[in-house]
Design a protein around this ligand. Structure first.
Ligand code: HEM
Length: 423
């Protein structure tokens, strides 16, 4: 264990450094201490208030009047930087309009209405065979080798291909979609240097130009895809969305959907390797019920959308701490999912726990994940095909233990060098 993580165990609570890259990559120890000793903790470096207990996170997510999702400073530019070159570059594109994730009701509900139908469980039913087909094709490409880089070869392309087909992006443009998703995530991570920020701004500009062109095409000739729904929908006689609003919605669907599902699929396989008794359970009984149990416990344990921003609209008193009006807070979904007060022996990966579905991996309240049903289908379908085709998952010989990326909002493995046997 690194020096920083060792320190976290014993240092005075106000010396914990929650935004240190090593802590961001491996936050479980810190999360436990914060839940127990400082359930409302203000990080002295960033000023952000960390809300860490399950009950508080749920209450906060359900109280959008007090905990707003509209953040100051993120409402105008797609990349939050004062660097003149970045600012000049982004002026050639569209402003960052707050829509679903970054908006409060009633406007947030208005935006959701444009896309809710497209992501409803009944609409997604038809996707099942497609998800299994893609899963099989991905496995075909690496099965003979007996090994793969799981994140790259399966975790990332599965949700990316599914969402591309739903949005209406041709398969040959998948590498672009991936590049743009990474640019948005890099920007969110707040770990980019100047060169990285500049590159993210260029990529986001390219994303905007690409989709504005596609949006014009769909306005002229609608197709059966989400892009056509978003650009042409006029709900309750209102005027259709403009380009900046559509771009904001698309970028949220891309960012919120791809990295998270990829992260859960990948961490799921790693959790099975680390917990052979749990792997045994699904191997002996790969029924839809057991795979669904696995999916829910992987979602709880991995919580890829680990923290989300909120801003207080009034002064709040919680656990003896005064949070002033206009403070930035973190709704700490991952920490909530590790709370022993809600999940018995929470740090144990246990697909047989009886309150599996109580997790808040998809959030709670008005912002509850738009893509929850889609992500569940992708994970259930993906694991089903993986278990049908492959067995004996293990790390490639000589591979070091997989590492997590340092990111304040998204938690996920950097890669998973996987070996397996073909069934
Ligand atoms: C395992 C996969 C996923 C996880 C863990 C996840 C997690 C979350 C969480 C925690 C929220 C609530 C954020 C908040 O309260 O501020 C959320 C919202 C959202 N998610 Fe997901 N998500 C996943 C997959 C997807 C997919 C596949 C899509 C694609 C459609 C998607 C699109 C969205 C959108 C657009 C929102 C914002 C909804 C709103 O604010 O009204 N997510 N997600």
């Amino acid at each position: 264990m690194s020096e920083i993580l060792e320190q976290i165990k014993t240092c005075p609570i106000d010396e914990i450094m929650p935004m240190h890259p090593e802590v961001l990559a491996c936050p479980a120890l810190m999360n436990r201490r914060l839940r127990e000793e400082a359930p409302v903790f203000q990080d002295p470096m960033s000023g952000i208030f960390f809300i860490s207990r399950y009950a508080d996170v749920v209450a906060m997510a359900q109280d959008h009047q007090t905990f707003s999702s509209v953040m100051p400073g993120t409402t105008t530019r797609a990349v939050n930087s004062d660097d003149q070159e970045v600012v000049d570059l982004l002026e050639q594109g569209y402003p960052n309009v707050p829509t679903m994730l970054t908006q409060d009701p009633p406007l947030q509900r208005r935006y959701r209405k444009f896309v809710d139908g497209a992501f409803s469980p009944s609409n997604l039913k038809a996707l099942e065979p497609y998800i299994e087909q893609i899963s099989n094709e991905l496995i075909d490409a690496f099965a003979d080798a007996g090994q793969c880089e799981f994140l790259n070869d399966f975790g990332v392309p599965l949700p990316l291909k599914v969402i591309a087909s739903q949005i209406g992006v041709p398969l040959e443009d998948l590498p672009l979609l991936r590049k743009w998703t990474e640019a948005f995530i890099g920007n969110l991570s707040q770990q980019l240097d100047r060169e990285g920020t500049l590159q993210a701004a260029k990529d986001i500009l390219e994303f905007q130009h690409y989709f504005v062109e596609k949006m014009e095409e769909r306005r002229r000739q609608p197709e059966d895809d989400i892009l056509s729904k978003v650009v042409n929908a006029s709900i309750d006689g209102e005027k259709p969305l403009d380009n900046a609003e559509c771009l904001s919605m698309l970028s949220q669907i891309l960012v919120a959907g791809n990295e998270t599902t990829a992260g859960s699929l990948t961490e799921g396989i790693w959790l099975l390797i680390e917990n052979p008794d749990q792997y045994e359970l699904v191997r002996n009984d790969p029924s839809p019920e057991m795979i669904s149990r696995l999916v829910e416990e992987v979602l709880r344990y991995s919580s890829p959308s680990s923290n989300m921003f909120r801003r207080t609209t009034r002064e709040v008193e919680l656990h003896g701490v005064t949070i002033p009006e206009n403070s930035v807070c973190f709704a700490r979904f991952a920490s909530a999912n590790q709370d022993d007060a809600q999940f018995a022996d929470a740090m144990t990966f246990n697909i047989m726990r009886d309150n599996l579905k109580d997790h808040v991996a998809f959030g709670k309240g008005v912002h509850h994940c738009l893509g929850a049903a889609l992500a569940r289908r992708e994970m259930n379908g993906g694991f089903k095909v993986l278990f049908e085709r492959l067995e004996n998952f293990r790390l490639q010989p000589g591979a070091i233990e997989p590492q997590f990326a340092p990111n304040a909002l998204l938690h996920g493995l950097i890669g998973l060098p996987l070996a397996f046997d073909v069934r």
